[in-house]
Unconditional design. Structure first.
Length: 366
């Protein structure tokens, strides 16, 4: 089987309510649908979410790099030549979500060709993930109302609280209000998206010390090399690296440099192939992991779920799999359903992603 054509289709779906965090905000999903076609009639599907404030990619840059650089390099390869695919894509630096979407679409083809779900091909550990929900910036009472709503509707009891505002007092008040409202049974952790200096983060962590937070993600920028190490040495809870670890080399630097204790693995950033490598790297170094979310739509969340459920380490914690709930609509013909705080892997071969072609026609912007 040979790859014959790559399609990169821009689409825009509005959000019900914006998601706000320290490095930016999302008001509409301006993503790119990636389709990899083969000479045997199989088509692999994935999506790339542009995050200019995290990786420098835009919708236009993803279309350009796939259309002009990656498609010519990849066309003609067999979908089984995934290491060739990786090596060819890595001739270009950066562009993580464009590369990841191609990698995942190719895995989708391999699953369809073998008649097996991607989760089974990757690791086959389980068939479900507990779901964690991200609570974006708002007044504390609104953040509590959001957590209650999501808890009641979907049975979710793990929340990632966005922090990193200045001064930190509003975030501290929000975390305190969430803990009081949700009680001791809820799992809470925070994500600063690089919003604080190490000194601000240290003060905030002291003020939050009695809230039983599970861990804290990316409180200050990766370039604050000494500050992050200083913070990690004194923190009473583990510090997780997210946007500072787009590559295995970055993971090594953050973990061995003593700036982080754990890593957020995002399939939107490292695909299935790269995410598996980073997971093995973390296990080898004895570092914790969490399955993160790049503010994915349902297709991206389906990919995260397929990966997260495939391995014991990513299944241990709740995975961030609910950002799509903020979108007004989606491209998947059969929507993802979170029940009792859990998402179940599809049993279909590959990813089990069927695109609603009418919706694609409506939301595509090319
Ligand atoms: C997250 O975990 O940080 C927000 C920015 C980004 O790069 O990802 C999201 C969620
Ligand atoms: Mg993060």
């Amino acid at each position: 089987m040979k790859i014959t054509k790559i399609e990169a289709i821009p689409f825009t779906i509005p959000y019900r309510k914006p998601l706000r965090f320290a490095s930016g905000e999302v008001t509409e999903a301006e993503h790119v649908l990636v389709r990899v076609h083969t000479d045997e009639g199989l088509t692999g599907t994935a999506e790339a979410p542009p995050r200019p404030y995290t990786y420098g990619e835009t919708q236009a840059s993803i279309l350009a790099v796939i259309g002009t650089v990656f498609a010519p390099q990849v066309t003609g390869l067999s979908p089984l030549e995934r290491e060739q695919l990786r090596v060819r894509l890595d001739r270009t630096v950066g562009n993580p979500t464009a590369k990841a979407a191609l990698d995942m679409a190719v895995w989708d083809i391999v699953g369809q060709a073998t008649g097996l779900p991607v989760t089974e091909l990757l690791g086959g550990y389980g068939n479900r993930m507990r779901v964690a929900h991200m609570v974006g910036f708002a007044e504390p009472a609104e953040m509590v109302a959001e957590a209650h709503r999501v808890g009641e509707l979907y049975g979710i009891s793990t929340f990632k609280v966005k922090v990193g505002r200045r001064p930190a007092d509003l975030d501290i008040a929000a975390c305190r209000a969430l803990r009081e409202a949700l009680g001791p049974g809820a799992e809470l952790y925070i994500d600063g998206n690089r919003g604080w200096t190490a000194a601000e983060a240290a003060r905030a962590l002291r003020a939050l010390a009695d809230l039983d937070l599970q861990f804290a993600e990316e409180l200050c920028p990766a370039d604050d090399v000494l500050g992050r190490r200083w913070l990690a040495r004194q923190s009473q809870i583990p510090l997780f690296a997210d946007e500072s670890v787009p590559t295995p080399g970055d993971v090594t630097r953050e973990l061995l440099g003593g700036a982080a204790h754990g890593v957020s693995i995002k399939t939107a950033r490292t695909g299935f192939t790269g995410s598996h490598r980073i997971l093995a790297q973390c296990e080898g170094l004895g570092a914790d992991v969490v399955l993160g979310n790049q503010i994915d739509g349902q297709l991206g969340s389906l990919c995260s779920l397929a990966f997260g459920a495939a391995f014991a380490a990513t299944s241990r914690r709740a995975g961030e799999l609910s950002n799509f709930l903020d979108m007004r609509d989606d491209l998947l013909a059969e929507p993802l359903q979170i029940r009792d705080g859990v998402l179940r892997v599809r049993e279909a071969p590959g990813l089990g992603a069927v695109i609603d072609e009418d919706k694609l026609t409506y939301y595509r912007t090319d």
